[in-house]
Ligand binder design. Structure first.
Ligand code: 6PG
Length: 477
């Protein structure tokens, strides 16, 4: 027999994806740089389905039915290139290499171009959902050619998560790097969601005066409403966890320096290149880096701030309700920003990305899965050309209802000295978009003053310059 799919790179993600394929009835060829891992997988999980253990690259390739579907699950960057270099010479036109790692989409574009010359389809694929998702059903974001999706899509649909309506959480996102681009933005939104939740927690603790266990209960309640999501759910789990060694809340014994592997940073770097204001995502990345500057933080601890004055009783409870409003409104903004980046990337790279389809495949399986995504999907389905999520009537109405509380929460945070970069960036973005006039006019005046950079007028076409050093008359530029 030959295998419908092969997986090389059998660390936890690769191993669980291989098992997922096998559990769904596919014959899976296995390969790993150190063969012991391959044999361990078969020994431990062989009864789950049909596996073909192979040791060499040649054996692995020979085990695959044609056109071959070869999935690589190795570290992004050089290791991915090394594996491609090893296997590509053994493949034939029409074969597919699927990269399921967190590759940078620019690398994916390059690899796709190079392999296309050889007639090989390179399918850069975002996969979200962590270890559990890989095994039980991830959200899958494949790029690459339409042709490759025709052959691969049905298999991915089978192993993917299913939304509540039964729809598989996979769609052909677009050509070449589109899948990895969308996965990158997914992770940027993930960072923003996590930061906003973190700020909500800090406010509930420092302003409302709740304990981590009480805050866990508040999150559990929120999770039954419009904030219903995987990240809120696990937040409650983490907050209610007690450290066995000390008896303290787990969250108090963990070093408060957040790490990152790069996808959030890429989201912001690319947004800067595309000119898309993803301020909420950027603040989330910066908040992680600020947390990691231990020496700088130690040197700043004596800096002046307001005296803590936590609320209590009914006031605290009312404040918690306001925080829910602020969190929800800020969340709408960060998704607005993320989807703007997807639209801009699609335009820049010529991908025809269906935003409704992207929100649909994020409804289950992935880290940012949430009831909320069904509503985003509905907004894009109702109006595929929606200029921004904020222009959707339902979201606009919800923000309108939330805005007083949102502002109150930020005012309290500022008064009490609780850092809320995510909430603040989201509100500033919202107010910036709403503003009838922005100080950008003044910026233009300054640029024209010091550098004759010219400006446009509200009442006439053309570019103008004022003779600032002379009689200050205006000339056409
Ligand atoms: C997912 C996750 C996954 C990974 C993050 C973690 O969608 O399953 O996003 O890809 O856990 O990349 O990112 P950081 O280590 O940068 O927080």
């Amino acid at each position: 027999t030959s295998a419908q799919i092969g997986v090389t790179g059998l660390a936890v993600m690769g191993r669980n994806l291989a098992r997922n394929f096998a559990r769904n009835g596919y014959t899976v060829a296995l390969h790993n740089r150190t063969a012991s891992r391959t044999h361990d997988l078969v020994k431990e999980f062989g009864q789950e389905g049909d596996f073909i253990a192979t040791e060499t690259a040649e054996e692995f390739v020979a085990a695959l039915e044609r056109p071959r579907r070869l999935m690589i699950m190795v570290k992004a960057g050089d290791p991915t290139d090394a594996v491609i270099k090893e296997f590509a010479p053994l493949l034939e036109p029409g074969d597919m290499i699927i990269d399921g790692g967190n590759a940078h989409f620019a690398d994916t574009r390059r690899r796709e171009r190079e392999l296309r010359e050889q007639g090989i389809h390179f399918v850069g694929t975002g996969i979200s959902g962590g270890e559990e998702g890989a095994l039980h059903g991830p959200s899958i974001m494949p790029g690459g050619s339409k042709e490759s999706y025709a052959s691969l899509g049905p298999m991915l649909e089978k192993i993917s998560a299913k939304a509540k309506d039964g729809a598989p959480c996979v769609t052909h996102v677009g050509a070449d790097g589109a899948g990895h681009f969308v996965k990158m933005v997914h992770n940027g939104i993930e960072y923003a969601d996590m930061q906003l939740i973190g700020e909500a927690y800090q406010l509930l603790r420092d302003v409302a005066g709740y304990t981590p266990a009480q805050i866990a209960d508040i999150f559990r309640t929120w999770n039954t409403g419009r904030l219903d999501s995987y990240l809120i759910e696990i937040t409650a789990e983490v907050l209610s966890h007690v450290d066995a060694a000390t008896g303290k809340p787990f969250v108090d014994v963990v070093v408060d320096q957040a790490e990152q592997k790069g996808t959030g940073r890429w989201t912001v770097q690319i947004a800067l290149d595309l000119g898309v204001p993803v301020s909420g995502i950027a603040e989330a990345v910066f908040a992680r880096s600020l947390s990691g500057h231990a020496a700088l933080r130690a040197a700043s601890r004596h800096l002046a701030g307001p005296r803590p004055a936590p609320l209590s009783g009914a006031e605290a409870a009312a404040f918690a309700d306001r925080v829910e409003q602020a969190l929800y409104a800020s969340k709408i903004v960060s998704y607005t920003q993320g989807f703007h980046e997807i639209a801009a990337g699609g335009e820049e790279y010529g991908w025809d990305i269906d935003q409704g389809a992207v929100s649909a495949i994020w409804r289950a399986g992935c880290i940012i899965r949430a009831a909320f995504l069904d509503r985003i999907r509905a907004a894009y389905d109702a109006r595929p050309d929606l200029p921004s999520l904020l222009s959707d009537e339902t979201f606009a109405r919800e923000i309108a209802a939330a805005q007083d509380d949102w502002r109150e929460v930020l005012a309290a945070a500022v008064r009490q000295g609780v850092p809320t970069p995510g909430f603040a960036a989201a509100l500033s973005y919202y107010d910036g978009l709403r503003a009838p006039r922005l100080p950008a006019a003044l910026t233009q005046g300054q640029r024209d003053f010091f550098g004759a950079h010219t400006y446009r007028r509200v009442d006439r076409e053309g570019a103008f310059h004022t003779l600032w050093g002379g009689d200050r008359s205006e000339v056409s530029a």
